[in-house]
Design a protein. Sequence first.
Length: 235
Amino acid sequence: MKKGKLYLIPTPLGENAVHTIPAYVIDILHKLDFFIAEKAKTARHFIKTTQPKKAFDQLTFYELNKRTEEHEWRTFLEDAEKGNDIGLLSEAGCPGVADPGTQIVELAHQKDIEVIPLVGPSSILLALMASGMNGQSFCFHGYLSPKKPELARNLKRLEQLSSKLRQTQIFIETPYRNMSLIDEALKVLNPKTNFCIAVDLTLKSQFIKNLKIKDWRKINIPDFHKKPAIFLIQS
């Protein structure tokens, strides 16, 4: 029996942004009956915004998150082995990038299931594109430590890496800790280091600004509490 394919389906970076998903991706989405997602509720909401013709009771959702046991997610591709195509959805943006979907993609390769990445928004690349920082050499670090002493050391380490490697350093934070991270960055980073804040990418409330630390200290920074943000450093 011919195996199904695993489609990596990007999702919007916020509400009312389904227009950022290409039409061909939505066409593929509407043909699928099986989905793997971090949260089924979020996946259903996104699919609903694309106005599918199928009823939701025809669709099957598997949840892949920190509570999913390995013996569970290792069964999620059984439908593909039976010939059915499956869609892997992120909570926001591209599956497998800062996303728990990586182990499913790895498993698909192990099972010789074709993996097809689809075009859509990546907050990391969008922020890098708009930052004006080095796009030839960059590194994404995910989340830094939320604890103040360790966070300060993390930020200084990324600053030193950027200087040593001439490389843009990119990271994210839990949205409710954005302002705390920004405050710490303004305290510990070198005044001449460039620091970019990119918030609500692709949304009407989008904010992207790259300034030296000394210049950030001179302005009133908007309140980014609970807003999805990407941070970049180049020294």
